[in-house]
Write a new protein. Structure first.
Length: 247
């Protein structure tokens, strides 16, 4: 078994903004008469995408979570996120460098419950959007983590990746002559996750999973099914991946 592609979660792995998402969920839900605590968020809602979080919180509070109401809340949160991000978006140490070194060795994808606009905005700020072969965002899925749908879609997106047809803003890379992922299987993929729901999702899709202990403890990540745990993103090097998972 050898790794042939790496799929990153986003929030809590590359972007240090889980506290921002909690604050925005709490702000908008409070206007709907729903109060959530930080403990509620980490234990109940953190693995959800925006729609899933708003829906679960409203239902838990005994309220109706209709599609139109959820659409309005999601749009309001997206606007507020960009406003906050413009002032104080934070990335984990070595986020840009890790994406660069991993992308130089394997095709990489992003699989996140965040909105595509948020993901692309942050990747542009990092200067690494052109290094990402595929993005699966909240708009692409019907079910959020811990359901494996997102990672299954990321596998499909990598298989369909056409590196010899670069998108706007991309540059020619190491895979310009052919698609190295056309016959990719789930076991060829290594997922990098910070949440318990994300680990469960990746394992449910049949992939290998590394937990980054940014949000949960190493023990919690291992118990959720992580095949290995690192304490900082800088530890995720091609050499480490090759030694631990094969290359």
């Amino acid at each position: 078994m050898a790794i042939r592609a790496v799929i990153f979660d986003f929030n809590g792995v590359l972007v240090d903004d889980e506290a921002v998402h909690f604050a925005l969920f709490r702000e908008l839900l409070s206007k709907e008469g729903v109060d959530i605590t930080e403990r509620d968020y980490h234990e109940r809602y953190l693995g959800y995408d925006d729609r899933g979080c708003f829906e679960a919180a409203l239902v838990d509070a005994g309220q109706v979570a209709g599609r139109e109401r959820l659409d309005v809340l999601i749009a309001r949160k997206a606007q507020r996120y960009i406003e906050v991000a413009e002032r104080s978006l934070r990335f984990f140490p070595a986020a840009a460098e890790t994406l660069e070194t991993i992308a130089a060795r394997w095709p990489i994808a992003i699989c996140s419950g965040a909105l595509r606009s948020e993901i692309e905005y942050a990747l542009r700020r990092l200067g690494r959007l052109h290094r990402v072969a595929a993005i699966v965002s909240a708009e692409d899925t019907d079910k959020c983590k811990p359901d494996p749908e997102g990672y299954c879609l990321a596998l499909d997106a990598l298989r369909a990746y056409a590196p010899d047809s670069p998108t706007e803003g991309s540059v020619p890379g190491e895979y310009a002559l052919s698609n190295p992922c056309r016959d990719l299987t789930a076991t060829d993929c290594l997922v990098v996750e910070d949440s318990l729901a994300g680990i469960i999702s990746a394992k449910g899709a049949g992939m290998q999973a590394v937990g980054v202990a940014n949000t949960y403890s190493s023990n919690e990540l291992i118990q959720a099914g992580a095949d290995a745990v690192i304490t900082e993103l800088a530890a995720l090097t091609p050499q480490w991946i090759g030694c631990r998972f094969g290359s």
